[in-house]
Design a protein around this ligand. Structure first.
Ligand code: SF4
Length: 312
């Protein structure tokens, strides 16, 4: 097996390690809010949005009332105090960041690319919100910067997809992964563990499926119930079981064991806005969860991909 973990303290292929290998320096992603909307909110493909979405799924993006340069500088200046020689990736996080005409995207993306020490862009979006024209522009961008497109999937299971009101099929996701990959664009898939009524086996199946696709990275979230969401209403009514911290860590360990070893781990837990979090409360201590995952991986002698089977 390819040793991707050399000099790496983690037992999985962590994003920090990937950036260090690629750029030779510390790299920060700077979360931005480009003021985009979402076709699953405005009625184009659906209305009301995904049931867990409170404010466009980019709670940590910058302030949309500020221009992108201001948003960027505020965060960069803080990072710069500690890491003088750091590099930056502009992260368009809030809402659906390809959902606009190319002219608008160009203006926004190029504003960030012009900032000093920016080596790439990461663009979070839906798989049904990248038109052919946008795809051509992304291809052009990828030739001059380190471009990553983050695609929301959340689950491969159709009943859950309907329940959470994603309003796109697995086929749409899969087709877009191939289209982006054919243009040499890095693809990161987002999934959520602990969606209502999903079993551990279902969550493992989602990983097995992603192993078969040409993705470069994965973000694994833990479902959080936050204020002002439909999910909160459903949970209050149905009280579907939520994963305990131990259950979540157990699932993560098994998912990492079977995950293809070249897939970069961008996230392994949820990161909800604490003031809006209803449940589960254990998500508040994000670093504690990550430390416990590390300990459990060590205890079970698991490294990412140790149980990966190519033909699954
Ligand atoms: S696709 Fe993203 S922004 Fe749109 S409703 Fe779902 S979570 Fe919110």
């Amino acid at each position: 097996m390819l040793n991707l973990f050399k000099n790496e303290e983690k037992r999985y292929f962590a994003l920090n390690h990937f950036y260090r290998k690629k750029f030779g320096k510390k790299v920060f992603k700077i979360s931005l809010n480009g003021g985009f909307t979402c076709p699953n909110i405005d009625g184009t493909v659906g209305s009301g949005g995904c049931i867990y979405c409170s404010s466009g799924s980019g709670q940590f993006g910058g302030n949309p009332r500020e221009d992108l340069s201001t948003q960027f500088s505020k965060i960069k200046d803080m990072m710069h105090q500690k890491w003088k020689s750091a590099l930056y990736i502009g992260y368009f996080q809030a809402n659906t960041n390809t959902y606009a005409p190319v002219s608008e995207l160009r203006k926004k993306y190029e504003t960030v690319l012009k900032e000093k020490n920016v080596v790439g862009l990461s663009i979070s979006t839906r798989p049904d919100a990248i038109s052919d024209e946008v795809l051509d522009y992304l291809e052009e961008l990828q030739k001059r910067t380190f471009l990553t497109v983050e695609l929301g999937l959340q689950t491969i299971h159709p009943a859950t997809t309907i329940l959470i009101n994603r309003c796109h099929s697995l086929k749409v996701f899969e087709d877009m992964v191939y289209k982006l990959s054919e243009k040499n664009i890095n693809v990161v898939a987002h999934i959520i563990n602990g969606l209502p009524y999903e079993t551990k086996e279902m969550m493992i199946k989602t990983i097995e499926y992603l192993n078969t696709l040409p993705i470069n990275g994965i973000k694994i979230h833990m479902l959080s119930i936050t204020e002002n969401t439909k999910l909160k209403d459903i949970w209050e009514k149905e009280k579907f079981p939520l994963l305990t911290k131990d259950e979540y860590i157990d699932i993560i360990c098994e998912q990492l064991a079977i995950l293809r070893p070249d897939i970069v781990i961008h996230r392994l837990t949820g990161d909800p806005k604490i003031t809006e979090l209803v449940e589960p409360k254990w998500l508040v201590k994000k670093f504690e969860v990550l430390n416990e995952i590390d300990k459990e991986l060590e205890k079970r002698e698991i490294r990412q991909g140790i149980a990966y089977k190519k033909d699954e």
